[in-house]
Write a protein that binds this ligand. Structure first.
Ligand code: COA
Length: 257
Protein backbone atom coordinates (compact mmCIF):
# COMPACT_ATOMS: atom_id res chain seq x y z
CA UNK A 1 0.00 0.00 0.00
CA UNK A 2 1.30 3.46 -0.90
CA UNK A 3 1.20 5.59 2.27
CA UNK A 4 0.06 9.23 1.95
CA UNK A 5 -1.09 10.04 5.47
CA UNK A 6 1.58 8.14 7.40
CA UNK A 7 5.32 7.58 7.18
CA UNK A 8 6.82 4.41 8.54
CA UNK A 9 10.44 3.57 9.28
CA UNK A 10 11.56 0.35 10.89
CA UNK A 11 14.95 -0.06 12.51
CA UNK A 12 15.69 -3.46 14.03
CA UNK A 13 12.70 -4.29 16.23
CA UNK A 14 11.53 -0.71 16.71
CA UNK A 15 9.43 1.43 14.41
CA UNK A 16 8.62 5.10 13.99
CA UNK A 17 5.13 5.83 12.67
CA UNK A 18 4.57 9.48 11.80
CA UNK A 19 1.26 11.12 10.97
CA UNK A 20 2.46 12.99 7.91
CA UNK A 21 -0.12 15.55 6.79
CA UNK A 22 1.01 18.56 8.81
CA UNK A 23 -0.92 21.09 6.63
CA UNK A 24 -4.16 19.46 7.76
CA UNK A 25 -2.87 19.02 11.31
CA UNK A 26 -2.78 15.26 10.70
CA UNK A 27 -6.56 14.87 10.73
CA UNK A 28 -7.86 11.33 10.91
CA UNK A 29 -10.10 10.51 7.97
CA UNK A 30 -11.01 7.17 6.36
CA UNK A 31 -7.76 7.07 4.42
CA UNK A 32 -5.60 7.74 7.48
CA UNK A 33 -7.47 5.00 9.37
CA UNK A 34 -6.98 2.54 6.47
CA UNK A 35 -3.27 3.33 6.36
CA UNK A 36 -2.99 2.90 10.12
CA UNK A 37 -4.59 -0.53 9.83
CA UNK A 38 -2.14 -1.45 7.08
CA UNK A 39 0.79 -0.28 9.23
CA UNK A 40 -0.42 -2.31 12.22
CA UNK A 41 -0.46 -5.45 10.04
CA UNK A 42 2.99 -4.64 8.69
CA UNK A 43 4.45 -4.16 12.20
CA UNK A 44 3.05 -7.55 13.14
CA UNK A 45 4.58 -9.23 10.07
CA UNK A 46 7.94 -7.59 10.79
CA UNK A 47 7.95 -8.67 14.44
CA UNK A 48 8.32 -5.08 15.67
CA UNK A 49 8.41 -5.02 19.47
CA UNK A 50 8.05 -1.30 20.18
CA UNK A 51 6.57 1.42 17.97
CA UNK A 52 6.55 5.19 18.39
CA UNK A 53 3.57 7.13 17.10
CA UNK A 54 4.05 10.84 16.55
CA UNK A 55 2.89 13.70 14.33
CA UNK A 56 4.79 15.87 11.87
CA UNK A 57 4.44 19.64 12.29
CA UNK A 58 2.53 21.35 15.07
CA UNK A 59 -0.03 18.61 15.70
CA UNK A 60 0.03 15.03 16.90
CA UNK A 61 -3.46 14.89 15.36
CA UNK A 62 -6.16 17.56 15.57
CA UNK A 63 -8.92 14.99 15.52
CA UNK A 64 -11.25 13.13 13.25
CA UNK A 65 -12.01 14.95 10.02
CA UNK A 66 -14.75 17.44 10.96
CA UNK A 67 -15.26 18.46 7.32
CA UNK A 68 -16.06 14.83 6.39
CA UNK A 69 -18.25 14.40 9.50
CA UNK A 70 -20.31 17.49 8.60
CA UNK A 71 -21.49 15.52 5.52
CA UNK A 72 -22.36 12.31 7.40
CA UNK A 73 -25.77 10.98 8.39
CA UNK A 74 -26.43 8.73 11.40
CA UNK A 75 -25.55 5.56 9.50
CA UNK A 76 -22.26 6.88 8.09
CA UNK A 77 -21.33 8.32 11.50
CA UNK A 78 -21.90 4.95 13.16
CA UNK A 79 -19.74 3.17 10.56
CA UNK A 80 -16.96 5.79 10.94
CA UNK A 81 -17.01 5.46 14.74
CA UNK A 82 -16.98 1.66 14.61
CA UNK A 83 -14.06 1.73 12.19
CA UNK A 84 -12.01 4.07 14.42
CA UNK A 85 -12.90 2.05 17.49
CA UNK A 86 -11.93 -1.25 15.88
CA UNK A 87 -8.60 -0.02 14.52
CA UNK A 88 -7.65 1.68 17.81
CA UNK A 89 -8.59 -1.52 19.64
CA UNK A 90 -6.12 -3.35 17.40
CA UNK A 91 -3.38 -1.10 18.84
CA UNK A 92 -4.48 -2.18 22.29
CA UNK A 93 -4.48 -5.86 21.29
CA UNK A 94 -1.27 -5.66 19.23
CA UNK A 95 1.74 -7.57 20.61
CA UNK A 96 4.00 -4.52 20.08
CA UNK A 97 4.19 -1.80 22.73
CA UNK A 98 3.05 1.59 21.39
CA UNK A 99 4.59 4.81 22.68
CA UNK A 100 2.71 7.99 21.73
CA UNK A 101 5.16 10.89 21.43
CA UNK A 102 2.69 13.76 21.64
CA UNK A 103 4.38 16.69 19.92
CA UNK A 104 1.50 19.19 19.60
CA UNK A 105 -2.30 19.22 19.36
CA UNK A 106 -3.82 15.89 20.44
CA UNK A 107 -7.50 16.74 20.18
CA UNK A 108 -10.58 14.59 19.74
CA UNK A 109 -9.67 11.54 17.66
CA UNK A 110 -6.01 12.55 18.00
CA UNK A 111 -6.17 12.25 21.76
CA UNK A 112 -8.13 9.00 21.38
CA UNK A 113 -5.28 7.63 19.26
CA UNK A 114 -2.79 8.52 21.99
CA UNK A 115 -5.09 6.91 24.60
CA UNK A 116 -5.05 3.63 22.67
CA UNK A 117 -1.24 3.56 22.94
CA UNK A 118 0.43 1.88 25.91
CA UNK A 119 2.61 4.78 27.05
CA UNK A 120 2.57 8.52 26.36
CA UNK A 121 5.36 11.11 26.41
CA UNK A 122 4.54 14.77 25.84
CA UNK A 123 6.44 17.72 24.46
CA UNK A 124 6.03 20.88 26.53
CA UNK A 125 4.12 22.18 23.46
CA UNK A 126 1.51 19.42 23.52
CA UNK A 127 -2.16 20.37 23.90
CA UNK A 128 -4.74 17.78 24.90
CA UNK A 129 -8.52 17.75 24.84
CA UNK A 130 -11.78 16.12 23.81
CA UNK A 131 -13.47 19.18 22.23
CA UNK A 132 -16.30 17.20 20.56
CA UNK A 133 -18.96 18.63 22.89
CA UNK A 134 -18.27 22.05 21.36
CA UNK A 135 -19.10 20.54 17.96
CA UNK A 136 -22.41 19.12 19.23
CA UNK A 137 -21.11 15.54 19.24
CA UNK A 138 -19.30 13.14 21.61
CA UNK A 139 -15.99 11.29 21.26
CA UNK A 140 -16.36 8.38 18.84
CA UNK A 141 -13.00 6.59 18.70
CA UNK A 142 -12.98 5.08 22.20
CA UNK A 143 -12.42 8.26 24.25
CA UNK A 144 -15.51 7.76 26.41
CA UNK A 145 -14.08 4.38 27.43
CA UNK A 146 -10.33 4.90 27.67
CA UNK A 147 -10.14 8.39 29.15
CA UNK A 148 -12.05 7.47 32.37
CA UNK A 149 -9.89 4.37 32.68
CA UNK A 150 -6.69 6.42 32.42
CA UNK A 151 -7.47 9.58 34.40
CA UNK A 152 -10.52 8.48 36.39
CA UNK A 153 -14.20 9.21 35.74
CA UNK A 154 -14.26 12.56 37.55
CA UNK A 155 -11.50 14.12 35.46
CA UNK A 156 -12.72 12.36 32.31
CA UNK A 157 -16.16 13.90 32.78
CA UNK A 158 -14.55 17.31 33.20
CA UNK A 159 -12.51 16.83 30.01
CA UNK A 160 -15.35 15.41 27.87
CA UNK A 161 -18.25 17.51 29.20
CA UNK A 162 -16.45 20.89 29.09
CA UNK A 163 -14.37 20.21 25.95
CA UNK A 164 -11.56 22.33 27.46
CA UNK A 165 -7.95 22.13 26.30
CA UNK A 166 -5.16 21.10 28.70
CA UNK A 167 -1.43 21.71 28.50
CA UNK A 168 1.27 19.08 28.91
CA UNK A 169 1.76 19.80 32.60
CA UNK A 170 -1.96 19.35 33.25
CA UNK A 171 -1.91 16.08 31.32
CA UNK A 172 1.03 14.96 33.48
CA UNK A 173 -0.82 15.88 36.68
CA UNK A 174 -3.89 13.98 35.44
CA UNK A 175 -1.70 10.87 34.98
CA UNK A 176 -2.14 10.78 31.23
CA UNK A 177 1.52 11.09 30.27
CA UNK A 178 4.70 9.64 31.74
CA UNK A 179 6.84 12.71 31.32
CA UNK A 180 6.94 16.19 29.77
CA UNK A 181 10.11 17.04 27.84
CA UNK A 182 11.38 19.88 25.68
CA UNK A 183 10.25 19.53 22.03
CA UNK A 184 13.74 18.62 20.76
CA UNK A 185 14.04 15.89 23.42
CA UNK A 186 10.75 14.20 22.56
CA UNK A 187 11.84 11.84 19.80
CA UNK A 188 15.20 10.92 21.39
CA UNK A 189 13.38 10.10 24.66
CA UNK A 190 10.75 8.08 22.83
CA UNK A 191 13.43 6.25 20.85
CA UNK A 192 15.39 5.42 24.00
CA UNK A 193 12.21 4.09 25.63
CA UNK A 194 11.29 2.07 22.52
CA UNK A 195 14.81 0.58 22.42
CA UNK A 196 14.69 -0.24 26.14
CA UNK A 197 11.43 -2.14 25.47
CA UNK A 198 12.75 -3.82 22.33
CA UNK A 199 15.69 -5.22 24.31
CA UNK A 200 13.21 -7.38 26.27
CA UNK A 201 11.62 -10.58 25.04
CA UNK A 202 8.89 -9.71 22.51
CA UNK A 203 6.45 -12.49 23.42
CA UNK A 204 6.85 -11.82 27.15
CA UNK A 205 6.27 -8.07 26.64
CA UNK A 206 3.08 -8.97 24.75
CA UNK A 207 1.93 -11.23 27.60
CA UNK A 208 2.57 -8.48 30.15
CA UNK A 209 0.59 -6.01 28.01
CA UNK A 210 -2.32 -8.46 27.71
CA UNK A 211 -2.32 -9.14 31.46
CA UNK A 212 -2.33 -5.43 32.33
CA UNK A 213 -5.04 -4.70 29.77
CA UNK A 214 -7.14 -7.50 31.28
CA UNK A 215 -7.16 -5.57 34.56
CA UNK A 216 -8.57 -2.44 32.96
CA UNK A 217 -10.16 -3.83 29.79
CA UNK A 218 -12.71 -2.00 27.68
CA UNK A 219 -16.26 -2.44 28.89
CA UNK A 220 -17.50 -1.42 25.46
CA UNK A 221 -15.85 -4.10 23.31
CA UNK A 222 -15.52 -2.94 19.70
CA UNK A 223 -17.11 0.39 20.58
CA UNK A 224 -20.69 -0.73 19.89
CA UNK A 225 -22.25 1.43 22.62
CA UNK A 226 -20.11 4.47 21.95
CA UNK A 227 -20.67 4.24 18.17
CA UNK A 228 -24.45 4.08 18.67
CA UNK A 229 -24.46 7.13 20.95
CA UNK A 230 -21.99 8.99 18.69
CA UNK A 231 -24.26 8.29 15.70
CA UNK A 232 -27.30 9.57 17.66
CA UNK A 233 -25.64 13.01 17.79
CA UNK A 234 -26.12 13.17 14.01
CA UNK A 235 -29.91 12.97 14.42
CA UNK A 236 -29.92 16.21 16.47
CA UNK A 237 -30.04 19.72 15.09
CA UNK A 238 -27.19 20.62 17.48
CA UNK A 239 -24.86 17.89 16.14
CA UNK A 240 -25.22 19.02 12.54
CA UNK A 241 -25.08 22.70 13.55
CA UNK A 242 -21.87 22.22 15.58
CA UNK A 243 -20.05 20.43 12.77
CA UNK A 244 -21.28 22.87 10.13
CA UNK A 245 -20.26 25.84 12.28
CA UNK A 246 -16.66 24.49 12.49
CA UNK A 247 -16.49 24.17 8.70
CA UNK A 248 -17.95 27.68 8.28
CA UNK A 249 -15.53 29.03 10.94
CA UNK A 250 -18.28 30.47 13.16
CA UNK A 251 -19.70 29.90 16.64
CA UNK A 252 -22.45 27.23 16.74
CA UNK A 253 -26.00 28.17 17.70
CA UNK A 254 -27.19 25.25 19.83
CA UNK A 255 -30.97 24.93 20.32
CA UNK A 256 -31.18 21.94 22.68
CA UNK A 257 -32.79 19.78 20.04
N1 COA B 1 -10.99 18.26 10.93
C1 COA B 1 -10.86 18.84 9.72
N2 COA B 1 -10.00 19.83 9.47
C2 COA B 1 -9.27 20.28 10.49
C3 COA B 1 -9.36 19.74 11.78
C4 COA B 1 -10.27 18.68 11.98
N3 COA B 1 -10.40 18.06 13.16
N4 COA B 1 -8.51 20.39 12.60
C5 COA B 1 -7.88 21.31 11.83
N5 COA B 1 -8.34 21.23 10.56
C6 COA B 1 -7.93 22.04 9.43
C7 COA B 1 -8.50 23.46 9.52
O1 COA B 1 -9.84 23.52 9.08
C8 COA B 1 -7.53 24.20 8.63
O2 COA B 1 -7.83 23.93 7.28
P1 COA B 1 -8.30 25.11 6.28
O3 COA B 1 -7.14 26.05 6.28
O4 COA B 1 -8.52 24.39 5.00
O5 COA B 1 -9.52 25.70 6.87
C9 COA B 1 -6.20 23.52 8.91
O6 COA B 1 -6.52 22.23 9.44
C10 COA B 1 -5.35 24.27 9.92
O7 COA B 1 -6.13 24.50 11.09
P2 COA B 1 -6.46 25.94 11.71
O8 COA B 1 -7.76 25.83 12.46
O9 COA B 1 -6.39 26.97 10.66
O10 COA B 1 -5.25 26.12 12.70
P3 COA B 1 -5.24 26.93 14.07
O11 COA B 1 -3.83 26.97 14.52
O12 COA B 1 -5.97 28.22 13.92
O13 COA B 1 -6.08 26.04 15.11
C11 COA B 1 -6.76 24.00 16.19
C12 COA B 1 -5.63 24.76 15.47
C13 COA B 1 -6.29 22.58 16.41
C14 COA B 1 -7.06 24.66 17.54
C15 COA B 1 -8.03 24.04 15.31
O14 COA B 1 -7.67 23.58 14.01
C16 COA B 1 -9.15 23.16 15.80
O15 COA B 1 -9.86 23.53 16.73
N6 COA B 1 -9.35 21.98 15.18
C17 COA B 1 -10.43 21.09 15.50
C18 COA B 1 -10.18 20.37 16.78
C19 COA B 1 -11.35 19.49 17.10
O16 COA B 1 -12.45 19.94 17.39
N7 COA B 1 -11.10 18.19 17.03
C20 COA B 1 -12.07 17.22 17.34
C21 COA B 1 -12.69 16.70 16.13
S1 COA B 1 -13.66 15.27 16.55
Amino acid sequence: MHLECLQLSISGKTALVELARPDQLNVLDEQALNELEFVLNHLLEQGVKAAILTGQGRAFAAGADVKAMAEMDERAARAFSLKGNQIFQRIEEHPAIFVAAVNGYALGGGLELALACDLRLASSKAVFGQPEINLGIIPGFGGTQRLPRLIGPTRAKEWILTGRRYNAQEALTAGLVLEVVEPEELLPKAQALAQELADKSGPILALAKRAINASTGLVDQNGQTEAGLFASCFTYHDGMEGLKAFVEKRKPQFQDR
